[in-house]
Design a protein around this ligand. Structure first.
Ligand SMILES: [Zn+2]
Length: 114
């Protein structure tokens, strides 16, 4: 009984040690880091320095993927925003399509029919 428990604890310690060793590569992989392979190599080659491991962890964590444009129906939010704006004929600043008066120059801009 004690022998089994010790074996399980040793095995768990080995798994935890390997996971800690490979933490930077695992983080990079989970986060789909574009430099995943470089981080993995730094992880493997420079781990023993301690600093290499820390640098690899920081590199893996310090990546923020570009936001995926939200899509409503067939259009992204940006397309919807651009469609709802037009240029003021007097000052060329962006104003809403439905605007009757420019909020920048105060000109009466009427309403454009689409
Ligand atoms: Zn204007």
């Amino acid at each position: 009984m004690d022998g089994v428990l010790i074996s399980v604890l040793v095995l768990a310690a080995i798994v935890a040690a390997v996971a800690a060793y490979l933490l930077p590569a695992l983080i990079a992989s989970w986060r789909d880091h574009p430099q995943e392979r470089r981080i993995m190599w730094i992880n493997l080659l420079a781990r023993w320095t301690g600093f290499g491991w820390l640098a690899a962890v920081l590199w893996a964590v310090a990546y923020f993927p570009p936001p995926v444009p939200r899509v409503r129906g067939d259009h992204t939010d940006e397309e919807i925003l651009q469609r709802s704006l037009r240029a003021c004929p007097m000052c060329l600043e962006e104003i809403k399509v439905e605007a009757r008066r420019c909020r920048h120059c105060g000109a009466d801009v009427g309403q454009v029919s689409a």
